[in-house]
Design a protein around this ligand. Structure first.
Ligand code: NAD
Length: 339
């Protein structure tokens, strides 16, 4: 266990069990170097404890990097509640989880992730103030979309020679909370938006409401366009997909877009500019983190607008060094997190 923690550069891991509610949970804290560790709580079944631990460690480290590059005074952490086949009372499970978070005295602030929602965070909030993304805090998706739009502008300026999105062809994968809001913003900028989603109702709605062009969900990544914006699942970019891309830029909201870190090199080799996912999609994190600090909506929006200049900076350094924007982002995060 200690070898695993050391090799992941992890600060601490906390295990919790609550007899009454049946809670079994772990909290991984990657770093509190810049501030309290912030990160979501997953609630899902795992084949083994080891798998749950690995998931938490990987995600906690990702959160440290994301917060550091977003300029936030927060570190990275992640919680996992092991989902039992049957649970009597979901509210009491999350209240018990809230007591566990409270026992960490502010070292970790929890939030939503796969399998949890704002109603669960409301239960956590009955036991601790170290929780974000409650129903009172509001949906982070519009600010995530706004940050992605700023990132797309920066990428367009770098690769297409102008930050104007008028007439720029954007292929959007996924029209969920973020994708739909982004489509709306892109259309307002005069972009030529085409999109696909496995939920055909979402596509139909966007065609009718926004006038976008419909694509088959499986065809989005191969559509000829200027910008491919993955806003659905993670892991969409592997060697085969990258070979078949017909775009100049990949810039979207989805988390963990690359199957492997080496895929960033593949994109560079094909001359495709990649906006690192955890930099471009930090708007949601800014919303929950700064909202938790009690900052005003206009202050938060101003921070989200910085995502564009931050990416421009990465792109310039990446071009100067002929390295991937991801490599530059990783180097910057490591420097910010170094003791
Ligand atoms: P969502 O669940 O609301 O939307 C996802 C959409 O993708 C759904 O409409 C779904 O039908 C569609 N989809 C699923 N598989 C698909 C496929 N193979 N092809 C095309 N469409 C497919 O999720 P969201 O909140 O909009 O988030 C989208 C992505 O952005 C996720 O990867 C999420 O982790 C990431 N993200 C979201 C936020 C946020 O604030 N919501 C913040 C940061 C990152």
């Amino acid at each position: 266990m200690f070898t695993t923690l050391k090799s992941a550069g992890m600060q601490s891991v906390h295990l919790f069990a609550d007899q009454r509610s049946g809670l079994e949970a772990l909290v991984a804290i990657h770093s509190t170097r810049l501030g309290p560790a912030l990160g979501g709580c997953r609630y899902q079944p795992y084949a083994s404890f080891d798998q749950a631990l690995q998931d938490a460690l990987r995600l906690a480290q990702g959160m440290s990097h994301k917060a550091a590059l977003a300029g936030l005074p927060f570190g990275g952490g992640k919680a996992v509640i092991l989902r039992a086949p049957h649970i009597d009372n979901r509210a009491s499970l999350f209240e018990a989880f809230g007591r566990c978070i409270e026992s960490l005295r502010g070292g970790y602030i929890t939030s939503v992730d796969s399998g949890t929602g704002s109603a669960d965070m409301d239960c956590v909030a009955q036991q601790t103030r170290y929780v974000t993304a409650t129903s009172q805090a509001g949906d982070p998706s519009p600010l995530t979309a706004m940050g992605v739009l700023e990132g797309i502008r920066a990428a367009a300026a770098e690769r297409l020679g102008s930050a104007s999105l008028n007439g720029v062809r954007v292929a959007l994968q996924g029209l969920g909370s973020v994708g739909y809001a982004l489509a709306e913003m892109l259309v307002a900028e005069g972009a030529e938006v085409m999109a696909g989603d496995i939920d055909e109702g979402r596509v139909q709605l966007a065609v009718e409401e926004l006038g976008i062009r419909a694509l088959a969900a499986a065809a989005v990544s191969e559509a000829p366009c200027d910008i491919f914006a993955p806003c659905a699942l993670g892991g969409v970019l592997d060697a085969t997909v990258i070979d078949n891309l017909r775009c100049a830029v990949v810039a979207g909201a989805a988390n963990n877009q690359l199957q492997h870190a080496a895929d960033a090199e593949r994109l560079l080799a094909r001359g495709i500019l990649y906006a690192p996912d955890y930099v471009i999609n930090a708007g949601g994190l800014l919303h929950v983190a700064l909202g938790w600090q009690g900052r005003s909506a206009s202050e938060i929006a101003a921070q989200v607008m910085q995502i564009g200049p931050r990416l421009t900076d990465l792109f310039v350094e990446s071009r100067a060094e002929a390295r991937t924007p991801l490599a530059i982002a990783e180097r910057r995060a490591a420097a910010l997190l170094a003791d």
